[in-house]
Design a protein around this ligand. Structure first.
Ligand code: AHM
Ligand code: MG
Length: 335
């Protein structure tokens, strides 16, 4: 039995510090938390509730959807459409923005999410997660369009992820540090267990899908080669390597013990006209805010990810994030 701070209590206490706060944001976050608890429950029950396997459909990016991709997307829409805090939503799984249905009031925020990231891991029972970001709707937002979502990552009011692993966790930033909460399944509440998460400046661990090595650009290849050379190489220390293929799990590891995560641009993507593998709005921007708030850095190798103003809802970018001194080094190699 826990007697710690619940996420609801934490958010309300945070809100009290803001003069003229209406409670709208607090209430929106509560709905997001509820959606994540529902998804956590589905992920936990897996085959018992028939949610594993392919949906038999493709998303806007031409990727095969899993049943849980589709269900999680629906859970997010339904949990967040009714309360009157949002003007619109955008999801990795939907081609266009989702306007709030006419029967509900509209609010001043925009919600952006990847409902189930790392979904190739679902059927093999490995950690997956949800990533979300909250923006303010510019102007009055009477009839929001995709253009209203084209805001640099620095404009985010809040970013967070839920990790569905051995335990379910929620990690949040509202621009004032990063805090982690663990779901107490019996009580049904996320409880503050990881206050003030910080990323060590140095590390000896990196994560990359090495099967793409032959397509990488020179600076990236140099960095990884030097890590692999270990004690005998220019870095004069051994590095460990991990690849979970689940960005949420990967970022969570980095928040816990440091490290570097890389999904760089490579020649294979370039030949398909793609700017990277990961999506700026649903993955790169929210994770970059969390990482920076925890003292880490996030870059494409050539620019700070949070400074990029999106040009399209499904724009992709290279992502290199984690321990500060390693990212500075990788940026330097790119120069
Ligand atoms: P998804 O949103 O379709 O799940 O794709 C994003 C995921 C990331 O979580 C992960 O870092 C990457 O794709 C894994 O890619 P790969 O299949 O090349 O290992
Ligand atoms: Mg994703």
């Amino acid at each position: 039995m826990h007697n710690g701070t619940t996420i609801t209590q934490f958010i309300i206490e945070d809100q009290r510090r803001i003069e003229k706060a209406t409670g709208d944001f607090t209430s929106l976050l509560n709905d997001i938390v509820t959606a994540c608890k529902v998804i956590s429950n589905l992920v936990n029950h897996g085959a018992l509730v028939g949610v594993l396997g392919a949906a038999g459909t493709e998303n806007v990016q031409g990727e095969d959807q899993k049943k849980l991709d589709v269900i999680s997307n629906e859970v997010f829409l339904k949990s967040n459409e009714w309360a009157g805090h949002l003007a619109a939503m955008a999801s990795e799984e939907m081609e266009d923005i989702y306007a709030i249905p006419k029967q509900y009031p509209r609010g001043k925020y925009l919600l952006v999410f990847d409902p189930l990231d790392g979904s190739s891991n679902i059927d093999v029972n490995v950690s997956v997660g949800t990533i979300f970001s909250i923006l303010r709707c510019p102007e009055e937002c009477k009839s929001p369009t995709a253009a209203d979502f084209m805001q640099a990552g620095t404009e985010q009011v809040c970013a967070g992820y839920a990790l569905y692993g051995p335990s379910s966790m929620m990690v949040l930033t509202t621009g004032n540090g990063v805090n982690g909460f663990t779901l107490d399944q019996n009580v049904g509440e996320f409880v503050l267990t990881h206050p003030h998460m910080t990323i060590p400046e140095d590390c000896q661990e990196f994560a990359i899908n090495a099967s793409n090595m032959r397509f990488w650009e020179k600076p990236l290849k140099r960095y990884v080669d030097e890590c692999l050379a270990g004690k005998e190489g220019p870095r004069e220390k051994d590095f460990n390597m991990r690849w979970i293929a689940s960005m949420v799990a990967e970022v969570h590891r980095i928040l816990t013990r440091g490290g570097v995560f890389m999904y760089p641009l490579d020649s294979k993507m370039k030949s398909k006209g793609l700017g990277g593998k990961l999506r700026l709005m649903y993955e790169a921007s929210p994770m970059s805010l969390i990482v920076e708030q925890a003292g880490g850095m996030s870059s494409t190798g050539r620019e700070r990810i949070l400074d990029i103003k999106p040009t399209g809802l499904h724009q992709r970018v290279p992502v290199i994030l984690g321990s500060r001194n390693e990212i500075l080094r990788i940026d330097d190699y790119h120069r």
